[in-house]
Design a protein around this ligand. Structure first.
Ligand code: URA
Length: 160
């Protein structure tokens, strides 16, 4: 199962691995809620470098990737998906969802359910865990989506 995030942050760049910073800490509660084991997950990001800006305080801060940066990285993501050949792709947030389903896809419409990509891969869309920090109203929705994912995985396992 491939989990696709947006882009690495400072700690991910330092470690050379995705989801080792704050977002990585969230991963444990994610695994608990979905019943997935860490070994079942291949973690990656759409954008392969850290998009940064200089904050008003003069420090280096994260920023969302631009459409140009996303477009630059998509061929690498597609190659990675081809090599890993996951049976399921979990997208976190709009950037990952749109990388898989196109720019018209919106997380508000797709979260908490499975959808098919143009080339027949199955994608299950979730809000980005960081969005809950900015929008606490999403907390309940995110929890419900994880429960939906758990039910979806259980049903799939039974039918395999
Ligand atoms: N860390 C990552 O590697 N990806 C994200 O999307 C967020 C944090």
């Amino acid at each position: 199962i491939m989990l696709i995030g947006e882009a690495p942050g400072r700690e991910e760049v330092q470690a050379g691995r995705p989801f080792v910073g704050k977002a990585g800490k969230n991963l444990d509660s994610f695994l608990e809620a979905t019943g997935l084991a860490r070994e079942e997950l291949y973690l990656t990001n759409v954008v392969k470098f850290r998009p940064v800006r200089i904050s008003p305080k003069g420090t280096v801060a994260n920023r969302p990737p631009t459409q140009e940066e996303i477009a630059l990285c998509i061929p690498y993501l597609e190659a990675e998906i081809g090599q890993v050949n996951p049976r399921l792709i979990l997208t976190l947030g709009n950037v990952a969802l749109q990388a898989m389903l196109g720019k018209e896809a919106k997380i508000g419409q797709y979260h908490g359910r499975a959808a098919q990509t143009a080339d027949g891969r199955t994608v299950f869309a979730l809000y980005h865990p960081a969005s809950i920090i900015y929008n606490p109203k999403l907390r309940q929705t995110y929890a419900e989506d994880l429960a939906q994912l758990r039910a979806y995985l259980t049903k799939r396992d039974k039918s395999c």
